[in-house]
Design a protein around this ligand. Structure first.
Ligand SMILES: NC(=O)c1ccc[n+]([C@@H]2O[C@H](COP(=O)([O-])OP(=O)(O)OC[C@H]3O[C@@H](n4cnc5c(N)ncnc54)[C@H](OP(=O)(O)O)[C@@H]3O)[C@@H](O)[C@H]2O)c1
Length: 323
């Protein structure tokens, strides 16, 4: 079968379309015919080994996919041949077939397209579990989302609105902010030309929760406009700079800075993790969430897809399809 592999830790040039054997089915495992798979920033980080969970090379890339279940092990639970599912994995999603544990699969609503389902688990999962479980976001609070037109940022805007927050979106440039506005953002800040702190003060006075996948200056400015008892969720460092935290500000303002790694929750608290994904799929069925696909490429165009992700030009999620 065809698979997009990373052959060494030498950047995008090491991404190659390969012909590989489909894996055997182990205990409680499920074989999925992949119809679409989602790209993530972590795929870029893996290319030079800077992602915390980069597998040894060569390996088949891809951390999320959607498709149809072809076969299941006799001990597999809750998933049956013919089911339409989404799945999250540590690697292996950019292949015509994906073998994974039953616990990594979720049956998707009948009307959910495969590309929307492939773009769903990591971004929406991170936004929902982050904001609800770790960030304790409450109805009526003010949420600020950085990188608000990016993969996880845009889902945090939608999930924040669905949870009843007022959402302040920050992004680089008018086009991206327009995407965030259409996703439900109440206030927009262009961090290329405006001071986050000054605009927050003008627009809403201060923010209660910050969802930060960018880091660097966006994080520093968050500390300067967070309300007392506010929570800053550390989601990622797409801007490249890992922020250093002045503990005196946390003390004086009674502020929490909270790290959150969604992937770890599958093992850390399986029940909460599962409930979050089920809630999200219900919210999708109720029309509260609309995945935004910013680019579609065949497996053979994987390098172009990564170039687009790296360029910062796409909004929402980019998906790959086998053909
Ligand atoms: N903690 C978790 O469990 C978890 C889960 C998923 C993702 N993440 C992390 O969250 C971050 C974003 O992931 P993503 O999938 O949303 O990526 P993405 O789709 O590429 O979005 C990243 C956003 O960050 C902004 N950005 C600012 N400076 C940037 C730079 N120098 N290069 C690229 N983008 C820059 C961009 O928006 P502007 O152009 O508008 O600035 C872009 O839209 C990554 O660090 C990723 O590892 C963490």
């Amino acid at each position: 079968m065809k698979a997009v592999q990373l052959t060494s830790l030498d950047g995008p040039d090491a991404v190659a379309l390969a012909d590989i054997q489909a894996g055997p089915l182990g205990a409680r495992q499920v074989r999925i015919r992949v119809e679409a798979a989602g790209l993530n920033f972590a795929d870029l980080l893996m290319m030079d080994g800077s992602y915390q969970a980069t597998p040894p090379t060569p390996f088949t890339m891809g951390m999320e996919a959607a498709g149809t279940v072809l076969e299941v092990d006799s001990a597999a639970d809750g998933v049956f041949p013919g089911d339409r599912v989404l799945a999250h994995v540590s690697s292996g999603a950019f292949a015509e077939e994906l073998v994974t544990g039953d616990a990594n699969c979720f049956v998707i609503p009948h009307a959910m397209p495969f590309d929307a389902a492939a773009a769903f688990p990591i971004a929406y999962g991170t936004a929902h579990l982050g904001l609800s479980h770790r960030g304790r976001l409450k109805e009526g609070e003010v949420l600020m989302v950085h990188g608000a037109a990016g993969g996880v940022g845009l889902t945090a805007v939608q999930v924040g609105k669905a949870m009843g927050a007022t959402v302040v979106a920050t992004a680089g440039g008018g086009e991206k902010l327009e995407v965030a506005r259409r996703a439900g953002a109440d206030h927009l800040i262009d961090y290329r030309s405006e001071s986050i702190r000054d605009r927050v003060k003008e627009l809403v006075g201060g923010v209660d929760v910050v969802f930060d996948p960018v880091g660097g200056d966006a994080f520093k400015q968050s500390l300067r406009c967070i309300n007392p008892e506010g929570r800053i969720l550390v989601i990622g460092f797409a801007g490249g700079e890992v922020p250093q935290i002045p503990a005196n500000i946390l003390l004086v303002k009674n502020v929490d800075v909270i790290g959150f790694y969604w992937g770890a929750y599958a093992a850390l608290d399986r029940e909460t993790f599962r409930r979050s994904m089920e809630d999200l799929l219900r919210m999708y069925e109720d029309g509260k969430l609309t995945p935004h696909i910013g680019g579609r490429f065949p497996f053979s165009g994987a390098r172009d897809a990564f170039d687009l992700l790296k360029s910062r030009k796409a909004a929402g999620k980019i998906v790959l399809t086998p053909s």
